[in-house]
Each structure stands twice: as C-alpha cells, then as structure tokens.
Design a protein. Structure first.
Ligand code: UDP
Ligand code: MG
Length: 314
C-alpha cells in the first residue's frame, strides 16, 4: 500500500523546507510507504533547486516542474495524473494544512466506511475580516445556485482512495474548480474539522481580485442559475415595458400629449441598458468558458522531473 502526497508549490522557497521536515516526521511515524510529489508551478524564487536538493537526499521525493505558472488547479492535476499511490493526498506547502491530520484521515479510510477524508476549517482566525466575509457570502450563494455541494471551510487538503482519484483525473475539463469537482464525483466523504492555521512563511498568492475571479469560476462551472436568472429578468422587463406602453397609449388617447418626463425617460433607458450589459456579461462568462473548453488545450506541461515515467503533457 502506497501513499502519495501531492504538494503544489509556487514561490515557496521559505516554507517548503519546514513543510518537508514536519511532513516527513509525521509520515515516518505512520509507518506506511509514501512518495512526496512536489509540483513546482513555475516558481521564480529557486523553489525548484530546493526540490532537487530534497530529491537528492530523499528517494521518496519526486519533483515535477511545470514549464510556467499554470495555477494551483493545474499543478494539482499534474500531481493527480502522476500519483502512483493507492491513497492520494493533496497538501499546501505553507503548513496551513496540518500534517498531523494525515494519520487521522488514513484511519478513517482504512476503517472502510469512507472513500475520502477532507479537512474543513471551522474557524477563519487570522484571515483578513473582509476576506472571511466575502468567502462566507460566496459559499452561501454558490450552494443556493448549484446542485453540487461546495462545503464552506473545505480546503483542498484531503486524502482519497484510488477510485476517487481516477474519477478526478477523468474529469478533464479545462476550467477546474476542484472544490466543486470533489463534490461532483461523489463518494463517501468524511469531514475532519480543525482550527485555521496561518502560513509559516512567504505570502498568500491570492489577491482580492484573484479570489473574485476564482469565485466567478466556481459559480459558472457548477451552476446555470445565472443564465436562468437572466432569462427570467428579460421576461419580466418585457412584460413591464408592455404594460407601460399600453398605459402611455391610453393616456395619449384620453389626455392628449403633454411633453414632459425627459429625465425619467433617460433614467429608464440608462437603467435598462445597464441591466442588458450586465446580462450580456453573464452570458459572455459562459461563452468564454465554452470557448476555452473547445480548444482542448493541455492542462499542464511538465518541463523537468527526476522520475523517468511521468505524464508530461495532459
Ligand atoms: N499555488 C500554486 N500555484 C499558484 C498559486 C498557489 O501551486 O499559482 C500553491 C501554493 O504554493 C500553496 C497553495 O497553492 O502551496 C495554496 O496557496 P496560498 O497559500 O497562496 O493560498 P491560500 O492558503 O491563501 O488560500
Ligand atoms: Mg496558504
């Protein structure tokens, strides 16, 4: 029985050594053969050199270097495609995913009652307040709109059985929103709660704008509700316009035509054009996703690795 640990790393030179020490300590205690798959997501701070040093002194370390920064989702996918384990885990390099949870997760899976054990933050202590607020709002919204459950506080940190990993690899869509994909494939998931931990070193790669884009991806990938909302809105606007038209015609016939109300007319026109642009924007989001999917571009390109039999492009 082999355990694969996938670690996406983007500019994690400072955090990676600490992660490696802490994680190895836990894994050795677990007394189970493992491989550490370090995925370098086009780092520019020498993370790859560090990985090479680690791989030299520890034969359980495999590094996969992507040819540029593809984003965490692609880095994880590269890991999934190349993991050989019967059990596969994903972990961040910044120690925000406590390695001590690994034995707990493994125990859950080995009990046979679950196919997947996933970590879930029950607090968001130490995170900027505004980010927590928007995160909560996002989860409320996306769960209202989508049939796939996306659990609040769920992290990408989880341990899965081979069957589930194969299912994830088979989901070859280009726009990947892992939190949704994990939910979509199903299987029996056990949630392991823990308190939020702040990253040990380096900076979070998420800007506010980056998170906003990620949130829009999450909604657009797993819900058609915005499109339904657009159609409904269009229908209501048409109905209202029709009633207004009837009203104006009748008023003209009865009272003649007093020229007034230029300002109100203008505001209605501007309001309606605003709504139209907004709706077009929503439709555009879906169209853009479709456009990218139809190109069938690879998810990642591996330029370098110490393992001879890696899937280099997929
Ligand atoms: N990451 C990555 N590629 C990216 C951005 C991030 O592989 O383009 C990795 C990063 O190195 C870390 C994990 O994804 O191991 C989570 O990133 P981060 O800590 O910045 O996110 P947060 O914990 O703030 O959500
Ligand atoms: Mg982090």
């Amino acid at each position: 029985m082999l355990l694969s640990l996938i670690v996406p790393c983007y500019n994690e030179r400072e955090a990676l050594p600490r992660f490696y020490e802490a994680c190895s300590a836990v894994l050795k205690k677990m007394d189970c053969p493992y491989e550490l798959l370090l995925v370098d997501d086009g780092s520019t701070d020498g993370t790859l050199d560090l990985m090479k040093t680690l791989a030299e002194k520890d034969s359980r370390v495999t590094y996969l270097a992507l040819s540029r920064n593809f984003g965490k989702e692609a880095a994880m996918y590269a890991g999934f495609c190349n993991a050989k384990g019967d059990y596969v885990a994903v972990m961040d390099a910044d120690m925000q995913d406590p390695p001590e949870l690994l034995p707990v997760m493994l125990e859950k899976l080995q009990s046979g009652a679950y196919d997947c054990a996933a970590a879930r933050r029950v607090t968001r202590a130490g995170e900027p307040k505004i980010r927590s607020l928007f995160a909560r709002l996002f989860y409320k919204l996306v769960n209202r709109m989508s049939d796939t459950e996306i659990v609040d506080g769920a992290r990408d940190f989880r341990l899965m059985k081979r069957d589930m990993v194969d299912a994830i690899v088979a989901m070859s869509e280009y726009n990947r929103f892992s939190k949704g994909l994990f939910g979509w494939v199903g299987f029996r998931t056990c949630w392991v709660p823990y308190e939020n931990v702040e990253r040990v070193a380096g900076r979070s790669k998420w800007s506010f704008w980056g998170l906003t884009k990620y949130a829009v991806d999450g909604v657009v990938s797993f819900s058609q509700t915005p499109l339904r909302f657009v159609s409904l809105f269009g229908f209501i606007m048409t109905a209202v316009a029709f009633i207004m038209l009837a009203f104006v015609i009748i008023r003209k016939l009865i009272f003649g035509d007093p020229v007034a109300g230029w300002a109100s007319t203008m505001s209605v026109i501007i309001f309606v054009s605003g709504i139209q642009l907004f709706c077009l924007g929503i439709i555009g989001q879906y169209l853009a996703k479709t456009y990218l999917e139809t190109k069938r571009r690879p998810h990642f390109i591996i330029s370098e690795s110490n393992s001879p039999d890696v899937t280099k492009i997929k």
